[in-house]
Design a protein around this ligand. Structure first.
Ligand code: FES
Length: 109
C-alpha cells in the first residue's frame, strides 16, 4: 500500500480562466512538476509518503490565481508565480512550515 503525504491541486489552465490570465498557470504547473521531481517527492519508498499532483480545471475559488490547494491540510496558496513554487515545495511540503503570507484560504477536510 502506498502512503500519500500530500496531494496538490493546481488551477493551472482553467477553461474559463476566471482566477488568472495568460501563461502563468501553465508555467507554475511546469515548475511544480520539476520541483517535486527534483526533491524526490514522487519516490514510492519515501518514508513520509509520496506527493501527488493534479492539474485541476477550476477549484471554485476563481480569484487571486493561479491557486494551489494542498490536501489534506487544506492550505490554499494564491497569486502563484513560478518562482514561488520551489519555496512552497521546500518550506511547506518538506519542512512542514506553511508560508502564511502567500495563503489566501484555509479549508478543513
Ligand atoms: S478558474 Fe481558477 S479557481 Fe476557478
Amino acid at each position: 500500500m502506498q502512503t500519500v503525504q500530500h496531494h496538490l491541486f493546481l488551477c493551472a489552465t482553467p477553461t474559463k480562466a476566471l482566477c488568472h490570465q495568460g501563461p502563468v498557470g501553465a508555467q507554475c504547473w511546469e515548475q511544480l512538476k520539476k520541483s517535486i521531481k527534483a526533491a524526490g517527492l514522487e519516490d514510492p519508498a519515501r518514508k513520509e509518503g509520496v506527493v501527488l499532483r493534479t492539474k485541476a480545471d477550476c477549484l471554485r475559488l476563481c480569484s487571486d490565481g493561479p491557486v494551489l490547494l494542498i490536501w489534506p491540510s487544506g492550505h490554499v496558496y494564491g497569486s502563484l508565480l513560478p518562482e514561488r513554487i520551489e519555496r512552497i515545495v521546500q518550506q511547506h511540503l518538506i519542512a512542514g512550515e506553511p508560508i502564511t503570507e502567500w495563503l489566501v484560504k484555509q479549508f478543513s477536510f
